[in-house]
Design a protein around this ligand. Structure first.
Ligand code: 0WD
Ligand code: CA
Length: 382
């Protein structure tokens, strides 16, 4: 692999003012062999209940229970219940890494016992949400939305937590009723496809409550970086070909119906990259898509095996490449290690990226961007 490097140092004569290094994001710089990525192993699980309370168990895990045919009959009505059976999580509540840190703190004896030559309380280079890594993976191909990631080094581990960009905040606050209904339809699809018990049947008449979540915590390695991250998982397949977690998990998605080869090609280029990145990271083996008709019904189901997605896009020369995503992520994590070297939970580096620019950062000491909670720092210092 070409090793993408930081901006080359200027000759001394031109170095009038020191400029912090940046990280370029052009896909061509990361087009090499696929990097080493260890098969993700599940380290733990936790659940958030209808009141968004944390539980160190799998009580919110649901079970994949698809209809017998690719064309559900009777058709799923994804709009059903939007007005009167929908409890929405308060998204103005910024949770940061809170629930993941609760899991880490609750498992600190085991994490420490896993042994670490450096004597770190958490035996991992990085702790973060899976969703943050998904954004990093897709960065070389993203042309719409930038991101902001806050990073602190605490007792030898780098913690990465997303900060909402002003643009994202504005979008969230001004989301049209149509977009809110679309989001609801994604959750409703889960209700039609999942049961509460391994042998149960879906009950789509219930309330959709987006406070509820089941999360898996996985450990893996990308190149020289050890990672511990958590991700929300839709369900597990009790009858699937891969009985063990995380391979037994199934990701559910909805998407507008595809009518032509051109629409399918565009779907592969722009949407499948996000689906692939999200499921590949934690080792979720299958994605089941429900294609929506204009009336809000599901016209067809289609299964994508995560490990076979690269075969679908290989023939399209202008398409994204999994190796580019992973090589960029590896370079980004190396960049974080190079920049964030002072071990201090009160020190935050904000890494910012906007399409068309390289990744840059700013340094913040003191309260404003601090994201590791005092209780966590206290617990893990003992
Ligand atoms: O505070 C926030 N704005 C965020 C909270 C941003 C991102 C995630 N979260 C929370 C989620 O609520 C959940 O507890 O973090 C956990 C999930 O983290 P993740 O798995 O790392 O996130 P991601 O891969 O982006 O999303 C996985 C699923 C989504 O499924 P789809 O099929 O839509 O990709 O988590 C759900 C959603 O079902 N989800 C959310 N649920 C409620 N509020 C949110 C959110 N803001 N974001 C993702
Ligand atoms: Ca989903």
């Amino acid at each position: 692999a070409k090793s993408p490097s930081l901006s080359p140092p200027l000759p001394l004569s031109q170095r009038s003012r020191w400029a912090p290094p940046t990280l370029p994001t052009e896909p061509s710089l990361y087009d090499g062999p696929f990097p080493f990525y260890r098969r993700p192993a599940e380290e733990g699980r936790f659940s958030l209940d209808a009141q968004r309370r944390y539980h160190p168990d799998a009580r919110q895990l649901r079970y994949f229970a698809p209809p017998p045919a690719e064309h559900p009959d009777p058709a799923f009505d994804l709009r059903h219940g939007y007005r009167d059976r929908y409890v929405r999580r308060d998204e103005s509540e910024r949770e940061g890494l809170e629930h993941l840190l609760q899991w880490v703190a609750g498992n600190r004896d085991r994490l420490r016992a896993q042994g670490d030559a450096a004597g770190r309380p958490v035996n991992a280079d990085f702790v973060t949400w899976r969703g943050h890594l998904t954004k990093v993976l897709t960065t070389p191909y993203e042309s719409q939305e930038g991101w902001l990631l806050a990073v602190s080094l605490f007792r030898g581990t780098l913690y990465v937590s997303e900060v909402e960009t002003p643009a994202a905040r504005q979008q969230r606050e001004q989301r049209s009723d149509m977009l809110q209904e679309l989001a609801y339809m994604g959750y409703k699809f889960e209700r039609y496809m999942c049961a509460d018990t391994p042998d149960g049947s879906p009950d789509p008449t219930g309330v959709v409550n987006t406070n509820e979540a089941f999360c898996t915590v996985v450990r893996t390695r990308l190149g020289s970086h050890s990672l511990l991250f958590a991700g929300e998982v839709d369900c597990m397949d009790p009858r699937g070909a891969w009985p063990e977690a995380p391979a037994c998990y199934v990701e559910l998605k909805t998407c507008k119906e595809l009518h032509s080869p051109a629409q399918r090609k565009s779907f592969y280029r722009h949407k499948l990259i996000k689906w692939w990145a999200q499921s590949f990271l934690p080792g979720v083996s299958r994605i089941v898509a429900g294609f929506r008709a204009p009336d809000g019904s599901v016209a067809a189901l289609e299964t994508f095996e995560t490990m076979k997605i690269f075969q679908l896009i290989r023939g399209d020369r202008g398409c994204w490449k999994p190796a580019v995503c992973m090589n960029f992520c590896e370079a980004f994590l190396a960049f974080l290690k190079r920049v964030v070297t002072e071990d201090d939970p009160q020190l935050v580096h904000l890494f910012a990226w906007e399409p068309g620019s390289p990744v840059s950062y700013t340094r913040h000491q003191g309260a404003e961007h601090v994201f590791l909670p005092a209780w966590y720092v206290e617990t893990m210092s003992g």
